[in-house]
Design a binder for this molecule. Structure first.
Ligand SMILES: [Fe+2]
Length: 247
């Protein structure tokens, strides 16, 4: 595959736990292009508990800066906007506020949401349903990292039927985040409920460890058509604002 569409990447310099400076942003873009990524969503964190508020208001300035970095580096990647919205009262507590601060993918209504690490948030399905009713479509980030999601097939099915879609990290499949997470990612793939595989790279060095090795691991588990669906067609459908049934 030579035209990967990567919907999860921390590439803006100095705004979260991604690249600390412009040189590292450029190096990350270059490494992704070398790995075959042709379209990339810049999904910096919206995480109040870490002081990272990469919301809609500041997005044009971030995009402009990144475009200059990309052009100066001579990297041929189509970068689209996005954000990784953390499940937090400040972010999702007030959905009018969420609608004002959220950064959907490109010109679509799809948003990337990261659920809590310590346990399931109260009324997870009900609150995601409310996010849908607000006009958004939800892609859940690296579901394999959350045992309360990955291990609960009934909940996964319920969310999927609601139109929520699931993203798994290539770096989990490669074993880059440890053995338990690798096994969880493999189990997720076996459910047939995954729509998107993504890099979630934070540094240039992650590209080899996550994207390149993750793709090799995915290729060993999936047929070529499924791999294409998860790495190109599913992500592209999201950027095209396709309804969940087509993602
Ligand atoms: Fe991320």
């Amino acid at each position: 595959m030579s035209t990967l569409v990567d919907l999860h990447c921390h590439v803006h310099p100095g705004v979260d736990d991604g690249p600390p400076d412009e040189a590292e942003s450029a190096a990350l873009l270059r490494a992704l292009a070398d790995a075959g990524v042709s379209r990339l969503a810049a999904t910096s964190h919206v995480r109040p508990d870490h002081g990272w508020m990469n919301t809609l208001e500041g997005e044009p300035a971030r995009a402009q800066r990144l475009e200059r970095i990309r052009a100066d580096a001579g990297v041929a990647i189509d970068v689209v906007r996005g954000a990784e919205h953390y499940w937090h009262e400040v972010v999702l507590g007030d959905l009018d506020r969420f609608a004002a601060l959220a950064v959907p993918y490109g010109g679509s209504r799809w948003v990337l949401i990261e659920t809590p690490y310590l346990g399931p948030p109260p009324q997870l399905a009900e609150r995601l349903f409310a996010v849908h009713r607000k006009g958004f479509r939800v892609l859940l980030a690296h579901v394999e990292r959350f045992p309360y999601l990955e291990g609960d097939r009934a909940l996964l099915d319920r969310l999927h039927q609601m139109g929520v879609r699931f993203q798994v990290n290539l770096g989990s499949l490669s074993g880059g985040h440890g053995r338990p997470q690798q096994k969880a990612a493999e189990r997720m793939l076996k459910t047939g409920l995954v729509s998107v595989l993504a890099g979630d790279c934070h540094r240039a060095v992650d590209v080899e460890a996550y994207v390149v090795r993750g793709l090799a691991a995915a290729r060993a588990l999936l047929d070529e058509a499924t791999l294409k669906r998860l790495c190109i067609e599913g992500p592209s459908a999201i950027l095209d604002d396709a309804p969940a049934e087509r993602v």
